[in-house]
Design a protein around this ligand. Structure first.
Ligand code: NAD
Ligand code: UDP
Length: 340
């Protein structure tokens, strides 16, 4: 019988791509999502793409009774834990919501897993745990400890909770995946990123300028010590990221303990590089204006992804042109996102 995987936050941007990859690889999938930042339509689309649907449970990771019932009803072998809040600016305004949802929610999930005897966990962490980097590229051994906002601190706290948990009980096997900047969409154009309100992140913002929903892009800072003065990031295609989760699942099936892996392409691109590549892929002109730096932003950040290649057999396959073409396909086919 195929392994059954619980995916928390599986209706969201990255989670829905991981659910698709799991179903395509033959896994059974149960999604738990409270839809606070997503739509169940993403899972309908996933089923449309691959011809198989996950079990969908609308609910919250804090809900102990619901989790106990879920684990009793389904023989889960591992959990991919995407559920969480992710808006950096909002986390500065509402820190308690972020610590409650991301930290307390993760603790509740682990408690329920422990009661159910499920000890394999893949956690969605972020390169933000490295804070303002002293060296580049960032390897997993680069120091963590000073993220620049409550969102980043919540991710680091969960990492530490999970490290303590694995140290306390050898049955736990935990993969911490530190994502760099996820972008793009499934090449079908059926699933992608559907932010609520005005996007915070660069690519969704560019996409909405391209379809005329937003007037122009504000480029945050033109005076960074980078090749063209704009911020540099390591953008990673969401389908590559989803594949990384399958590889991590394989790894934690064979080894116990806590281990962190960077999931990035290992290459930095500036904001102006991104605008130019998007214009090439879409044929649209993206009007932009360089304004002041965004508080809390770092100049540059990219991964050393060698550990993931060596230990997981994972490497980003899709380059900038794919990221842009797939973002544009999703955006132009779904100008209202999942709302249609
Ligand atoms: P997303 O908001 O699209 O997905 C998160 C999902 O979790 C949503 O569907 C939301 O409804 C659900 N959710 C939130 N709180 C919940 C709760 N208490 N109970 C049940 N469901 C809940 O975000 P995403 O971009 O897909 O990110 C997935 C994970 O990856 C998050 O943990 C995020 O912090 C992390 N991450 C994202 C990025 C990024 O740039 N997108 C970068 C690094 C790490
Ligand atoms: N950025 C920008 N304008 C925007 C959004 C982002 O210039 O409207 C820049 C930002 O300063 C950073 C890069 O684009 O250099 C990526 O930002 P994003 O918010 O997507 O990801 P982050 O790395 O900050 O998590």
């Amino acid at each position: 019988m195929a392994d059954k995987i619980l995916v928390t936050g599986g209706a969201g941007y990255i989670g829905s791509h991981a659910v698709l990859a799991l179903l395509e690889a033959g896994f059974e999938v149960v999604v738990l999502d409270n839809l606070c930042n997503s739509s169940a339509e993403s899972l309908v689309r996933v089923a449309g793409i691959c011809g198989r649907a996950p079990v969908f449970i609308e609910g919250d990771i804090h809900d102990a009774r619901l989790l106990d019932g879920l684990f009793a009803a389904h023989e889960i072998t591992a959990v991919l834990h995407f559920a969480g809040l992710k808006a950096v600016g909002e986390s500065v305004r509402k820190p308690l919501e972020y610590y409650e949802n991301n930290v307390v929610g993760s603790v509740r999930l682990c408690q329920a897993m422990s009661r159910a005897g499920v000890f394999r966990l893949v956690f969605s962490s972020s390169a933000t745990v490295y804070g303002e980097p002293a060296e580049m590229p960032l390897s997993e051994d680069s120091p963590t400890g000073s993220p620049t906002n409550p969102y980043g601190r919540s991710k680091l706290m969960v990492e530490e909770v999970l490290r303590d948990l694995a140290a306390s009980d050898p049955r736990w096997s935990i993969a911490v995946l530190r994502y760099f900047n996820p972008v793009g969409a499934h090449h079908s154009g059926q699933i992608g990123e559907d932010p609520r309100g005005i996007p915070n992140n660069l690519l969704p913002y560019i996409g909405q300028v391209a379809i005329g929903k937003l007037k122009e892009l504000a480029v945050f800072g033109g005076d960074y010590p980078t090749q063209d003065g704009t911020g540099v990031r390591d953008y990673i295609h969401v389908v590559d990221l989803a594949d990384g989760h399958l590889k991590a699942l394989q790894a934690i099936a064979c080894q116990a303990g806590w281990r962190a892996w960077n999931l990035g392409a290992g290459q930095g691109y500036s904001v102006l590089d991104m605008i130019q590549a998007f214009e090439q892929a879409s044929g649209c002109v993206i009007p932009y204006r360089i304004i002041a730096r965004r508080p809390g932003d770092i100049p540059a950040c990219w991964a050393d992804p060698a550990r993931a290649e060596r230990e997981l057999g994972w490497k980003a396959q899709r380059g900038l042109a794919d990221m842009m073409a797939d973002t544009w396909r999703w955006q132009s086919m779904n100008p209202q996102g999942y709302a249609r």
